[in-house]
Write a protein that binds this ligand. Sequence first.
Ligand code: AMP
Length: 282
Amino acid sequence: MKIITCINEMKEWSSQTFFKDKIIGFVPTMGSLHEGHLSLIKASIAECDATVVSIFVNPSQFNPNEDFNSYPRNIELDKKILHKIGIDVLFTPTQEDLYPNKYQTFVTVEKKTNYLCGASRSGFFRGVTTIVLKLFNIINPNIAYFGEKDWQQLEVVRTMTHDLNMNISIVGKPIVRDKDGLAMSSRNGYLSEEDRSKALSLSKALELAQNLVIKGERSAENIRTEIRKVIEQKQGTEIDYISVCDPESFTEQTEIYSKVLVALAVKVGNTRLIDNRIIGNA
Ligand code: AMP
């Protein structure tokens, strides 16, 4: 595994003639790797000729009151994991190189980013699309892998690449969960044992929503109410949003007759967690 920090070296690696008719797979991450990340990396290794993983905690997607400084960073352990799994390049650019002093260019996807996490974390998706576009330009991958855990992010990146006529396939992969149902996240490490058990209410509420729809419930409002009850049973939780929405536009639905995205953002103690599930008929 080659470790590249310098942007120009990364560009040179990707532009080698060797890759002219070969497929480069790319998995962008903020590190502190877990099985969720590894599922994307394994997919890339299986489906592509070479795999690049980036680790960069992107400051432009954090608000000033968010956890940029305390975000978990485990670069040495991450390197060992990636070495073992057998990727081709680990790209670890520096903040100074990606956002030098006079940096002033950002890319924004409109509409879709007005809902869910975009509504509660202003500037978040602007930061995400900007760093993803920059990494795409540097690495020049053919395929990029994203997790459905961040469903809205995946859709926003898909929209950006489509709207900007980029020749990159965006592949989404299912949410990886712990045995007890908790969606894996680098932020789960913030949870105390007590908070972790409260955090299970997110996946339990989504499962309940699924079962209610299977039994014939069609009212999105009733689904939201039942989810709210499950979450609020646990003290120390604070609901940011409960959404039953269209999986591509994120507009709220009133009735469930086709496929909908049920998405949650909940603060458990000081940790903001998200989870989602597609329910209804395909
Ligand atoms: P992050 O390091 O949190 O920015 O995540 C990097 C990539 O891993 C994103 O595409 C995430 O959607 C994906 N990811 C994070 N957690 C999971 C999970 N539990 N299951 C599947 N993909 C995930």
